[in-house]
Write a protein that binds this ligand. Structure first.
Ligand SMILES: [Fe+2]
Ligand SMILES: [Fe+2]
Length: 203
């Protein structure tokens, strides 16, 4: 749920020689703590990280190493937004390239706003990060206005908020539609998955 306006000016990220290199969950959380002082933004990234990992496991049927890559892409996708919004997401990309991280993770981060960053989502990881990003934010905003939070939340309630342009007005409905169409996942399935999994994201 961040503004994206920097065209990255390139479409190749990371070094194929680093394929398989990741960082531990602890290292990634330390980077997040170091860079992101805004708790709400940290929570957004933890939620998207959790959704990505859960999708990789439950829907894509990927092994643990792949699940961890999906988690890292989600967890770190907005890491530079808090302190360097005008450099978003070039700064986190550079950091991960310097740390010799797997290029698929870096590429997913680089393609989470195709219209803005100029990078098309290609892999399933790319597409699902783009698909979860804004919809996760809108669903969370909805949970905050419900006295029962996520309890008893229904898909149709989220869809209603999606149609109400005044609700969470900064969330681009156009990007949400573009994203789930590219991912080729029905909107209802995506919302249901978010309602089910988002409350379990680490706070
Ligand atoms: Fe985001
Ligand atoms: Fe972003």
């Amino acid at each position: 749920m961040t503004k994206h306006d920097l065209n990255l000016g390139r479409t190749e990220f990371g070094d194929p020689a680093n394929t398989g290199n990741t960082m531990s969950r602890e290292e990634a959380l330390a980077l997040l703590d170091d860079w992101v002082k805004n708790d709400r933004l940290q929570l957004h990234m933890k939620q998207v990280g959790h959704l990505m990992q859960s999708w990789a496991r439950e829907k894509a049927g990927l092994n643990e190493q792949e699940q961890h890559k999906w988690f890292l892409a989600g967890l770190l996708h907005d890491a530079d937004w808090d302190q360097w919004p005008e450099e978003h997401c070039a700064r986190i990309i550079n950091e991960l390239e310097n740390r010799k991280i797997d290029p698929s993770i870096i590429r997913a981060i680089a393609s989470h706003g195709p219209k803005y960053f100029g990078v098309e989502p290609v892999s399933d990881m790319d597409k699902m990060l783009y698909a979860f990003d804004e919809l996760s934010g809108l669903t969370h905003a909805y949970s905050l206005m419900r006295p029962e939070g996520y309890n008893g939340m229904e898909v149709k309630g989220v869809k209603k908020r999606l149609k109400d342009k005044a609700f969470a007005a900064q969330v681009s409905r156009e990007d949400i539609k573009d994203a789930y169409e590219r991912a080729n996942v029905p909107l209802e399935e995506l919302i249901q998955f978010i309602i089910q999994h988002q409350p379990q994201a680490a706070q």
